[in-house]
Design a protein around this ligand. Structure first.
Ligand SMILES: O=C(O)C1=C[C@@H](OP(=O)(O)O)[C@@H](O)[C@H](O)C1
Ligand SMILES: C=C(OP(=O)(O)O)C(=O)O
Length: 430
């Protein structure tokens, strides 16, 4: 394993030979946190099978427990969720989890008593204002000191009128998902209309609709930017969580950039997860992708090509794609992701700064990145407390000796043991 000159930082291991591995991924963050919310609103206990246990999902479980929901460990690392009347007073730490800060306030509006929300400093800068406006229009009382941001208190009164509401969700699809997930429990259900520039991350809205339907909700999405959830009971009984395909990105990228082979078992044949787009994106960048009984396999062909891609629908894949693009044999142009500037960090600025810090030539666009591959050198790759920046640094480090990531522990937001998984993937190759 290559060591670096940055004590205290994680020396990204270099692959001496092509990576050959099977990587079993933990559950999807997005599905786990939707499952927990739907279970908390259900009419009977719910088994959540194969959930992700990471910072974001433990924060969600903690938020629900604080409001009176029992989230208990069950056999096989499942969670058994026993809903109860939602209640305050309660305090919710959202950390830097977009799903917690946008999915839980609508539940708090249904609680009897005040629920206070705060989180990491960055969480106070992430968009939530349109959700607060929508909840007020649906009958909720919220104290946010006029900031339209965290910290805030939702003064629940045990029920919410619900009905039609319009908001601008161009900042985050989670503003829509949050209203829809709780909508079946509003007295009149909810009719959400988006008005503004296009909503990003459509697959995540589709995931919300599909999981609501599976839980027994009556859902309508027959026109663009308009979604309806009828009032009614939720009875999901059991929710299966798929492997996290967005977290497959750095592992598949490892096969691509080292000319190796990585298999991800349990890759669903059909899914709403945006990570499924990696099959096409990495094929365009030079990988050979195939399903087999063992799962999905990506075989690197040696050459890595640049790509022009609008990533509006799959924004959370951008950091890994940018890392691969920086190692390609031709330039790339990644667009449609202005909203990434208000993710865990300003991902557009951070990716440009860190790749350029290693000798790259990356230009920021308003809504993306232009990446001209240059011979990269070792050096410090800062993560900005962003799990996907940290794993992007790890990908570059596989093929450029001497890269160090400053805070690899930040990967715990969505992966409980990234360094261990990375070391196992490398095996004898490091
Ligand atoms: O609903 C979800 O689970 C998510 C939606 C997306 O958010 P944005 O629409 O804010 O990008 C995505 O980036 C995030 O990682 C997870
Ligand atoms: C944007 C992300 O997370 P969050 O759920 O905090 O928005 C992400 O995981 O890439």
């Amino acid at each position: 394993m290559q060591q670096t000159q940055h004590p205290g930082h994680w020396p990204a291991p270099t692959a001496r030979t092509p990576v050959r591995a099977t990587v079993r991924l933990p559950g999807s963050k997005s599905m786990t946190n939707r499952a927990l919310v739907l279970a908390a609103l259900a009419a009977a206990p719910v088994r959540v099978h194969a959930p992700l246990r990471s910072r974001d999902t433990l924060l969600m479980a903690g938020a629900l427990r604080a409001m009176g929901v029992d989230v208990a460990d069950a056999s096989g690392a499942d969670w058994q969720v026993t809903p109860g009347p939602l209640r305050g007073p309660a305090a919710v730490d959202v950390g830097n989890a977009g799903t917690v800060m946008r999915f839980v306030p609508p539940l708090a509006a249904l609680a009897s008593g005040p629920v206070a929300f705060d989180g990491d400093p960055r969480a106070r800068e992430r968009p939530i204002g349109p959700l607060l406006g929508a909840l007020r229009a649906l009958g909720a009382e919220i104290d946010d000191g006029g900031r339209g941001a965290l910290p805030l208190t939702v003064r629940g009164r045990g029920a919410l009128a619900g009905g039609p509401v319009t908001l601008d969700a161009s900042g985050s699809s989670q503003l829509v998902s949050g209203l829809l997930l709780a909508g079946a429990r509003f007295d009149k259900g909810v009719e959400v209309r988006h008005s503004g520039p296009p909503v990003p991350s459509q697959p995540h809205i589709e995931m919300t609709l599909q999981m609501l339907r599976a839980a027994g909700a009556r859902v309508e999405a027959s026109a663009p930017d308009l979604w309806r959830v009828a009032p009614g009971e939720l009875r999901p009984a059991r929710i299966e969580v798929e492997p996290d395909l967005s977290n497959a990105a750095p592992f598949l990228a490892a096969a691509l950039v080292t000319g190796g082979t990585v298999t991800i078992p349990g890759w669903p044949a059909e899914t709403t997860q945006p990570g499924d787009a990696l099959r096409e994106i990495f094929a365009r960048m030079g990988g050979e992708v195939a399903f087999s009984d063992g799962g999905l396999t990506l075989r690197g062909g040696g050459a890595v090509h640049g790509i022009e891609a609008d990533l509006h629908d799959v924004g959370e894949l951008t950091p890994t794609i940018a890392a691969v693009a920086a190692l390609a044999d031709s330039p790339s142009r990644l667009t449609g992701v202005a909203h990434l500037r208000r993710h865990e960090t300003d991902r557009i600025a951070a990716l440009a700064a860190e790749i350029n810090g290693l000798g790259g030539e990356v230009t920021e666009l308003d809504d993306g990145l232009e990446i001209r591959p240059r011979p990269l050198r070792g050096g410090l790759f800062r993560s900005y407390d962003d799990h996907r920046l940290a794993t992007a640094g790890a990908v570059i480090g596989l093929v450029r000796p001497g890269v160090a990531v400053d805070d690899i522990a930040t990967t715990g937001k969505t992966l409980p043991d990234f360094p261990g998984m990375w070391a196992s993937m490398l095996g004898d190759a490091s």
